[in-house]
Every structure is written in structure tokens, then in C-alpha cells.
Design a protein around this ligand. Structure first.
Ligand code: ATP
Ligand code: MG
Length: 557
């Protein structure tokens, strides 16, 4: 696992500017404590990675810490599988939380806060139906009207609320509302719901509760209970800030403060757990960690590195307005990192048999091949050279144009890491397809000890047929055809790319038998690849992480 970089040599983002000022002026005794608050109702996606990098990053920068708090106030959609995956993803990204906490741990405290509000005359039990409540709320331009239940006595409210807790009413029969302001221009301040009856089993508290706090009544108070100094969230929570502050003020508890930044959106994908769950449930993908998914687990399986994701999050900065980021930029950082760390390997996808006529059958000559020219410490591996090898069909032309430096009758090339060979003859089948080349090798031309004095321009990748390992390559395209499927007309599913997975078979050099799930490989001329967990003793499967070409840089030039 790679560690997250500590000190970043870059300008402060606007959240960091706020925190720097707070630290300078001694606010909260210059203490910085942030939190990352996922709801465990799905796997984390790249948008969450942005939030993680920001929350953990700003805390690290100012000597603070970050709590991991599961926002598990909705018993219906939450699951421990999600909790485990979220923890794994954050660790993999390279961050360590100070404490692992759950909003459900505060259910008792939150319940007591609710009773406190009731006794202060600041909350009431509402018996109107949800339709009636909606109607009484008014519109952004028209004030709401008071509920007939708004002016119940504190005693009556307390009595009813306790009965709610004791499961004496049906779901939907009543709710607890804060008594704020039915004429507020902020619709969320018009007596928001703070508790509802839900007779559901909770993944942590079991059947202890049949009433659950709403987001607005749980989040700010949870922040406050933990003494969070800077509660960083996304822009859709801007109108919630007033509610957040109101509860903290009325309950007279630690004044955590909320700050908002723009969500990350990425082209050619969707970024909401609800939509991602739909893709999983409807079998458009093989699971949350399908390599086409924008989830952290999908990207990990695809071969993306944590560093590449962190660098990407860093580069896009912290925006105050929603925007759509080109997925090509993320791929740029993936390619940039993999170029430095990936071992170069030889894999032939469209094999053409080459017989080395002057190399004895049954003999093996071991060639030592450099793993990574970008990394002097990358070492070497051994590749067997034998009588029969495969090259790519496209690397031979019977009648080559000028400047075709690969094989053609009479032409020479170097086999990467091995010998120079010359094409002496070729064999065609009845249909006229070239099915075999007859070549001779130059004995004293071995790479690293070449004494032939020959100069050849072309270098080809190859594998020994006797030693080649048949492998499956999974090559991915965008999951969606539309740049922003969620904003298109109709259902986002209509824009799915049916051809997002292309499976081909190939022959790999034998060193790849030792491939590991963590290993990063560049298949020469093909792209970056990673072993897939679907591999087994009989079949090695590799996912294409990203192609070799830098389309993003080209497009943005
Ligand atoms: P989704 O809509 O995908 O379910 P969410 O906001 O409901 O996302 P949470 O689990 O509640 O998911 O989010 C945890 C944290 O991650 C929140 O602080 C949220 O603001 C942040 N977050 C979620 N999506 C993004 C995104 N696309 N970009 C940046 N931050 C995000
Ligand atoms: Mg949410």
C-alpha cells in the first residue's frame, strides 16, 4: 500500500484558506477535526474519493485528524457489506481515520436532544399525513400555514413522542417536527421533520428503535458530539446549513461549522449510489467492483492506482460550482503513474507463427529482458527463445510500403530482448492468408551482447510458442455513450454502451504466470494491464486498465 503524500507543494484551496484563517486566529484552540460521513448504502465512487482526499487532506495539512462516521440513520438501505467495503476503500486510498464512528451510536443522545427541544417548546408531534404536510409547507414564493398540531403543549408532545418510541403507533401515523418558521424563505426551515416511525431492523441497533432521526437532525448533532471543527460537504447541503446551525444553537452544543464544495462529476458515467445499484441489480455490470464502474473498488480491479486517483483529485481542485470533469484527465494520471511502475511484458493477440529455421528444435536460449526502462531498479526477467515463436500478424507485410520497419521478405528486425532475425520465406494457406514465416536468426546479435554490427530499425514483441501462456484479455470501453447520461432525456440506462466489454484471447510470455493481483503490467504496444480476480489455475485473465495513447493531452492541446 502506498502512503498518502504528507505535505503538498501547492496553493491552498478555498476550504484550506478558511481553515488556515481559523488556525491562525485560534478558533477552536486551533484544533482541526474533520469527518468523512458515508451512508453505508452502496460502495464508494470516485466522487467520494474526492471528498475523502479533501477531508483527510485538509486535516493532515493543518495537523488535524479525520473521523470516519457512518451516517447510518436509514435502517432500510444500509448493510454491513457496505461498511466493510467503505473501510477497505479508504485504507486503500492511503488514509487513516482517527475514530470509526456510527451515527447510530448517538441514537440515545439524539433522542434526548429531541425531548429537550420538545420541552423548550421547539418541537411538536405532527399527525397530518405527508400529503397534508406538503400542502401546508407552501412554495418558495408563498409562506406555509401552521399545522393544527403546531401549538400542542410540551407535555402532550412529550407524551406522544414517548409513545412513538414505544411503538404504539403505525408507520406514517405521526412524525416529530421542529418548530422553526413556516414563513421562512428557506423551505427546509419550515418546521422540518426530525423523527419518523420506521419499524425496520437496523444493521447495528437491531430492533431497539422504531423511530429514526432524519438526516438534518442527525448530521449536525453528530458533528457536534464529536467536536468536529470543519464539516465539509457538497453543495446540495447549502440550504441545510441554516437548519444545521439552528439545532446546534437551540441545543446549545459544540458549534461545528458546515462548508460546502461542488460535487465531482465525471464524463461517460453516473455518480450516484442509487444509479450504480441499479446497474448492479439489473446486471448491466457484474457487480459493484466491475472494472467499468466508477467505484473505487471497480477502479482498483481495473488497475488504477491509489496515487493516480489522489493526484487526479488534487489536480481538479476544490470547486464552488458544479462541473463535469473529462474522464480522460483521470486516465492521464493513471497512465502517468503506471508508466513509471509497470513491468513491460510481451503478449501477442493476433499470432503469426515464425519458425527460426537455423535455431535447433528442442533447444531453449534464455534471454534476460529489462522489466521497465523507466525504472532502473525494475530488474530483469527471463524469456525463453526457441525454434518456433509468435509475432503479431500485422508485423509482417508481403509487399511493404516504404518505411515499414517490421518484417517483410528479406527484411530484418530485432525481437525485443533477444536476437535479430531475417525473413527468408513465408507460407500461405489455400485462401491466400499468410500462416507462417520462415526466418533465420543472427547468432551473435543477442540483446546486451550484440556483436553483429547490424543496424535494424524495427523491434517486435514475441513469445516462444512452446512456452506461451494462453490468456484472456478484457478490454473496456466507456460504460455510457452519452457524456452525461444522468442529464439526458429519459432514463440514464438508455445511454448504456452495449459494447463496453470486449474479450479477446492472446498468448503471453511465461513470466506472466507469476502475475499477482497487485502487479502492474504494460503489455508492449497494447496498453496497461492488471490480473483479474476471476483468474484461476486454468485461465489467466487480464483487465486492460487504460490504453497507451494519451488521448486527453492531445484533445486538450
Ligand atoms: P450518492 O448520491 O452517490 O449516494 P451521497 O452524497 O448520498 O452520494 P454519502 O455516502 O452520503 O453519498 O456521501 C458521503 C460524503 O461524500 C458526503 O460528504 C458527500 O457530500 C460526499 N460526496 C458524495 N458524492 C460526491 C461527489 N460526487 N463529489 C464529491 N463529494 C461527494
Ligand atoms: Mg447520501
Amino acid at each position: 500500500m502506498e502512503a498518502a503524500p504528507k505535505e503538498k507543494e501547492k496553493n491552498l484551496n478555498f476550504i484550506e484558506e478558511i481553515i488556515e484563517e481559523d488556525v491562525k486566529t485560534g478558533k477552536n484552540n486551533s484544533r482541526v477535526l474533520t469527518r468523512f460521513p458515508p451512508e453505508p448504502n452502496g460502495y464508494l465512487h470516485i466522487g467520494h474519493a474526492k471528498s475523502i482526499c479533501l477531508n483527510f487532506g485538509v486535516a493532515q495539512r493543518f495537523g488535524g485528524q479525520t473521523n470516519l462516521r457512518f451516517d447510518d440513520t436509514n435502517p432500510v438501505t444500509e448493510d454491513t457489506e457496505y461498511v466493510e467495503s467503505i473501510k477497505e476503500d479508504i485504507k486503500w486510498l492511503g488514509f487513516n481515520w482517527a475514530e470509526e464512528l456510527y451515527a447510530s451510536d448517538y441514537f440515545d443522545t439524539l433522542y434526548n436532544y429531541a425531548e429537550l427541544l420538545i420541552s423548550k417548546g421547539l418541537a411538536y408531534v405532527e399527525e397530518s399525513s405527508s400529503e397534508e404536510i406538503a400542502k401546508m409547507k407552501g412554495t418558495p414564493t408563498q409562506a406555509g400555514v401552521d399545522s393544527p398540531f403546531r401549538n400542542r403543549s410540551a407535555e402532550e408532545n412529550l407524551n406522544l413522542f414517548r409513545k412513538m418510541r414505544n411503538s404504539e403507533f403505525d408507520e406514517g401515523a405521526m412524525v416529530l417536527r421542529a418548530k422553526i418558521d413556516m414563513a421562512s424563505p428557506n423551505m427546509l426551515m419550515r418546521d422540518p421533520l426530525i423523527y419518523r416511525i420506521k419499524k425496520a431492523h437496523h444493521h447495528r441497533t437491531g430492533d431497539k428503535w422504531c423511530i429514526y432521526p432524519m438526516y438534518d437532525f442527525a448530521h449536525g448533532q453528530s458533528d457536534s458530539i464529536e467536536n468536529i471543527t470543519h464539516s465539509v460537504c457538497t453543495l446540495e447541503f447549502v440550504p441545510h446549513r441554516e437548519v444545521y446551525d439552528w439545532f446546534i444553537d437551540k441545543l446549545e452544543i459544540f458549534p461545528s461549522k458546515q462548508y460546502e464544495f461542488a460535487r465531482l462529476n465525471l464524463t461517460y458515467t453516473v455518480m450516484s449510489k442509487r444509479k450504480l445499484l441499479q446497474l448492479v441489480n439489473d446486471n448491466y455490470v457484474s457487480g459493484w467492483d466491475d472494472p467499468r464502474m466508477p467505484t473505487i473498488s471497480g477502479m482498483r480491479r481495473r488497475g488504477y492506482t491509489a496515487k493516480a486517483i489522489r493526484d487526479f483529485c488534487d489536480r481538479i481542485g476544490v470547486a464552488k460550482r458544479e462541473n463535469l470533469i473529462d474522464v480522460g484527465l483521470l486516465e492521464f494520471f493513471v497512465r502517468d503513474h503506471l508508466n513509471k511502475i509497470a513491468d513491460r511484458m510481451m503478449v501477442v493477440t493476433d499470432p503469426l507463427k515464425v519458425t527460426i529455421t537455423n535455431f535447433p528444435e528442442g533447444k531453449t536460449e534464455i534471454c534476460s529482458v529489462e522489466n521497465n526502462p523507466e525504472n532502473p531498479e525494475g530488474g530483469h526477467r527471463e524469456m525463453p527463445f526457441t525454434h518456433e515463436i509468435y509475432i503479431e500478424s500485422e508485423d509482417f507485410m508481403e509487399e511493404p510500403p516504404k518505411k515499414f520497419f517490421r518484417l517483410a521478405p528479406g527484411q530484418m528486425v530485432r525481437l525485443k530482448g533477444a536476437f535479430i532475425i531475417q525473413c527468408d520465406d513465408f507460407v500461405k494457406d489455400e485462401a491466400g492468408n499468410i500462416v507462417e514465416l520462415k526466418c533465420s536468426y543472427i547468432e551473435n546479435s543477442k540483446s546486451g551482447q550484440d556483436e553483429s554490427g547490424l543496424k535494424v530499425k524495427g523491434v517486435l514483441h514475441w513469445v516462444s510458442i512452446a512456452d506461451a501462456v494462453p490468456v484472456e484479455l478484457r478490454i473496456y470501453d466507456r460504460l455510457f455513450k452519452a457524456e452525461n447520461p444522468a442529464s439526458e432525456e429519459g432514463e440514464f440506462m438508455e445511454y448504456i454502451n452495449e459494447n463496453s466489454l470486449n474479450i479477446i484471447s492472446a498468448f503471453a510470455e511465461p513470466a506472466l504466470k507469476a502475475a499477482t493481483l497487485d502487479g502492474k503490467y504494460q503489455f508492449i504496444r497494447k496498453g496497461y494491464y492488471v490480473l483479474d480476480k476471476d483468474s484461476n489455475g486454468n485461465q489467466l485473465i487480464f483487465n486492460q486498465t487504460v490504453g497507451l495513447k494519451d488521448n486527453w493531452a492531445k484533445a486538450s492541446n
